[in-house]
Design a protein around this ligand. Structure first.
Ligand SMILES: Cc1ncc(COP(=O)(O)O)c(C=O)c1O
Length: 358
């Protein structure tokens, strides 16, 4: 029985992407690698119709956190100050990253079940003209909340500050208005909505943001990556095989209709599971208008516990995901990224009903 991963990455691979991993051995200083890397960079920009004169896709070997860390530690100027908006694990992680590198930071912490308080954000920006950048997690995977970026973009434009997006679990499936929001950069990874394998991550950087960049790390230096990659090189050895896989996953995304189609596909899969769970009395953690298309969290019914539910479903070929921190015993999460057929969703529905009615 094929196992279907319903955790928020890594995802179940298509056969095509899995086979791509078997591509030729390749030196990262050869022309074939240069063309693979440039092709991926162009395709990443094309997903959101971005011009390479204005934006640079920066490809790195590492997990999503490496991309976020590269963005935060490279793009806040030496004299800059970062406002970090938190409502989950990944917002809080950005504060930890900024703290380790001694970046001047103000963090606004919201409860994990709460939306970002934009009144407080407006007040923080008005009170502190030294703030140059605001960091936010687009889809806070901790709870499945899609943070509303439009009001933040307006506030940032009004106060002339730039947005740094952790788009690790939204890039490729959710709307990111690069053309109209004051985005300095968005960090993401190959193995979530793009359906590649873990090992490659990337940052989409607005080239204007490079003027005042201040890289604080040697390995995670976005300025060095962009300088090298614009000349078809790379500062360090890249994870060649995962590049093959990402390239194939991007070909698949393009052929399947791009971001909009992917969003509708996730929505339709998720909608079926959400209605079915609601019918049997399992309550979604967040309301319909708060959630991403990528992942939904549900309250664990008192008749079961996470380990039992997880193990029952795993025996049926489905891997779900636990809550984190204070929600570890209270919620379970189901993500719909990856190669999932309609028949898998049908089977999942039956498996959930059996496990939760038992
Ligand atoms: C929103 C978000 N940011 C960052 C990360 C960290 O990614 P990684 O575990 O690949 O380092 C994740 C992982 O799930 C995430 O969902």
């Amino acid at each position: 029985m094929k196992t279907i991963l319903l955790n928020p990455g890594p995802v179940t691979l298509s056969e095509r992407v899995r086979q791509a991993l078997l591509g030729d051995d390749l030196c990262h200083r050869e022309v074939e690698f240069a063309s693979l890397q440039s092709g991926i960079r162009n395709k990443l920009l094309d997903i959101y119709q971005l011009a390479d004169t204005e934006w640079a896709a920066t490809l790195m070997t590492g997990s999503g956190t490496a991309a976020v860390e590269a963005m935060v530690t490279s793009l806040v100027p030496a004299t800059g100050k970062l406002l970090i908006l938190e409502n989950g694990v990944y917002g809080e992680r950005m504060t930890r990253i900024a703290g380790r590198y001694g970046i001047r930071t103000v963090s606004l912490r919201n409860n994990w079940e709460a939306p970002i308080d934009y009144v407080a954000v407006g007040e923080a920006l008005a009170a502190d003209p030294e703030i140059t950048h605001v960091a936010i997690v687009h889809h806070e995977t901790t709870t499945g909340r899609l943070n509303d970026l439009a009001p933040l973009a307006m506030l940032c434009a009004q106060h002339k500050v730039f947005m740094l997006l952790d788009a690790v679990s939204s890039f490729g499936a959710e709307v990111i208005d690069f053309a109209n929001w004051p985005i300095a950069a968005a960090a993401a990874t190959a193995n979530k909505c793009l359906h590649g394998v873990p090992g490659t991550c990337f940052v989409i950087v607005n080239r204007d943001a490079l003027a005042n960049a201040h890289p604080r790390s040697v390995y995670l230096d976005l300025v060095a990556y962009i300088a090298a990659q614009d000349k078809a090189g790379t500062p360090f050895t890249q994870s060649v095989q995962t590049f093959y896989a990402l390239n194939e996953a991007l070909n698949e995304l393009i052929e399947q209709g791009g971001v909009e189609t992917r969003r509708q596909t996730y929505r339709s899969r998720m909608g079926r599971i959400r209605s079915l769970l609601t019918e049997i009395g399992v309550r979604p953690f967040l309301d319909d208008d708060e959630v991403s298309c990528v992942l939904h969290a549900y309250e664990l019914p008192s008749t079961t516990n996470y380990i039992k539910l997880h193990d029952d479903l795993k025996a049926q070929g489905f891997v779900i995901y636990a809550g984190q921190g204070p929600y570890a015993e209270k919620i379970f999460r189901i993500s719909m990224m990856g190669e999932i057929a309609d028949s898998d969703v049908d089977r999942l529905g039956r498996a959930l009903q059996a496990a939760l009615r038992a």
